[in-house]
Design a protein around this ligand. Structure first.
Ligand code: PLP
Length: 426
């Protein structure tokens, strides 16, 4: 599932030891494995090969320029949700025809920029947005491609903050309204409305919500075609799971086994927007233990990374496997996640230094005895990790480091106090 493994008693990323990397970078630090990233991309591509997929990596999941560049060189397109992400994708060398632009609040400025760049598709989230895009396209005398984001009203059974395809979310339009949108806007040609976009949420650790959503999407497409609309594109969005616990997510082939038969022979261009399933397992966050504190019965491990560096546990109560980078003798894990059981572990909370009770990475977790100065790794933090980092408590963002085989390099430097204050020194 990834290229982070324990060798000779310590954690390695590909052919470099993690302790070796942080000796120069310091902590906290995000470390990414290029091989893991590309392997997960390749698995999705191979699994869906029969549909000749256009994979538009969801840039928001892990958006470092160097990560994007790796993927762009590998043939990936990009799913962007802001002007900033568009600029990133272009600077990373993305082929603009392989860029899809979603998001409920695209501003005029962002729309103009995307038209200038000649992106592949706009994913439309509402009628007012579509009207605005039509006006802008007309005024510029251009034709743009668009897909209508349809909300299939399928519950992906994931966290309520990351559920996007049920009726009551802010995304897309429901199936009945979708018909009306085509009736009203499907016959002008400033914005060529020729696709349907679905994105039901994330992570979706089962196949069945996709089957239900796609089936509804296909029914809509067939009925629109029956009315004479040319629909040539289906974008199924992202949301495939990642391994936060060992083998938690179905492999790409499982999703494909259910999805490919639905779509073969439909004469549709097939787009997918995976983010998490490509990036999550490709990254870890490494932190150093600052203090070990006794709090009642519990040991509290206070580390030098905080919720400002990784907010998923605080925001979603997300589980991340945590283990020392150089565990004591006899504590080298073989598996990952809940299946790791050792005699002699201690129940601990792992917390950061930020002044919030929500600033924790794990509660009541069985970990090897750990001391001040010891390094710990928070696994599966490649997606929605660094990208959600903030400066809360005036803490600079950690560096990002990319490992390729036996080499590693800083792909984003650690922020300094000067960086933090620069925009305010007016
Ligand atoms: C976030 C998002 C994705 C990616 O979701 P993952 O769970 O990271 O695969 C894809 N499409 C859209 C429109 C999104 O908002």
């Amino acid at each position: 599932m990834d290229h982070f493994e324990y060798r000779n008693g310590e954690l390695w990323c590909e052919e470099v030891s993690v302790s070796n990397i942080v000796e120069t970078s310091g902590t906290p630090a995000y470390i990414y494995s290029a091989a893991t990233l590309l392997e997960h991309y390749d698995r999705v591509e191979a699994a869906f090969d029969a549909l000749d997929p256009l994979i538009c990596y969801s840039i928001k999941s892990c958006s470092n320029l160097h990560i994007c560049r790796l993927l762009a060189e590998h043939g990936s397109g990009f799913d962007v949700v802001s002007g900033g992400e568009l600029v990133r994708a272009l600077e990373a060398g993305a082929d603009p025809r392989k860029i899809v632009f979603a998001g409920v609040g695209k501003t005029d400025e962002e729309i103009h920029r995307a038209i200038d760049a000649r992106i592949g598709w706009f994913n439309i989230e509402s009628e007012p947005e579509l009207e605005n895009l039509i006006d802008i396209a007309k005024s510029r005398r251009v034709n743009v491609n668009a897909a209508l984001r349809v909300n299939p009203d399928v519950d992906p059974k994931t966290h309520r903050y990351t559920t996007t395809g049920t009726r009551e979310t802010k995304f897309g339009v429901d199936l009945e309204r979708a018909r009306r949108v085509f009736d009203q806007y499907g016959r002008q040609d400033a914005v060529l409305l020729t696709g349907i976009h679905l994105h039901i949420g994330s992570p979706v650790n089962s196949v069945e919500p996709y089957v239900r959503a796609i089936t509804k999407g296909l029914d809509l497409i067939e009925s629109l075609r029956g009315d004479g609309f040319k629909i040539d594109t289906l974008d199924i969005g992202g949301g495939f799971g990642a391994h936060y616990r060992a083998s938690e997510a179905p492999p790409a082939v499982r999703y494909a086994e259910a999805i490919v038969p639905l779509l073969e022979g439909r004469n549709l261009r097939f787009i997918m927007e995976p983010g998490r399933s490509i990036a999550a397992n490709a990254g870890i966050l490494v932190a150093r233990t600052v203090y070990v504190k006794q709090s009642g019965e519990r040991q509290v491990l206070i580390v030098d990374a905080g919720m400002n560096d990784l907010i998923r546990p605080a925001l979603y109560e997300a589980y991340h496997f945590i283990w020392p980078v150089q565990p004591p003798d006899g504590f080298v894990p073989v598996g990952r996640g809940e299946d790791v059981r050792f005699p002699g572990t201690v129940q601990m909370d792992v917390v950061g230094p930020v002044c919030e009770t929500g600033d924790f990475f794990a509660k009541d977790r069985a970990l090897p005895p750990t001391q001040r100065g010891d390094l710990i790794a928070v696994f599966s933090t490649g997606a929605y990790g660094f990208v959600m980092a903030s400066h809360y408590n005036t803490r600079g963002n950690p560096p990002e480091i990319l490992v390729i085989g036996d080499s590693h390099r800083v792909i984003r430097r650690r922020e300094t106090y000067d960086d933090l204050l620069a925009a305010e020194r007016l």
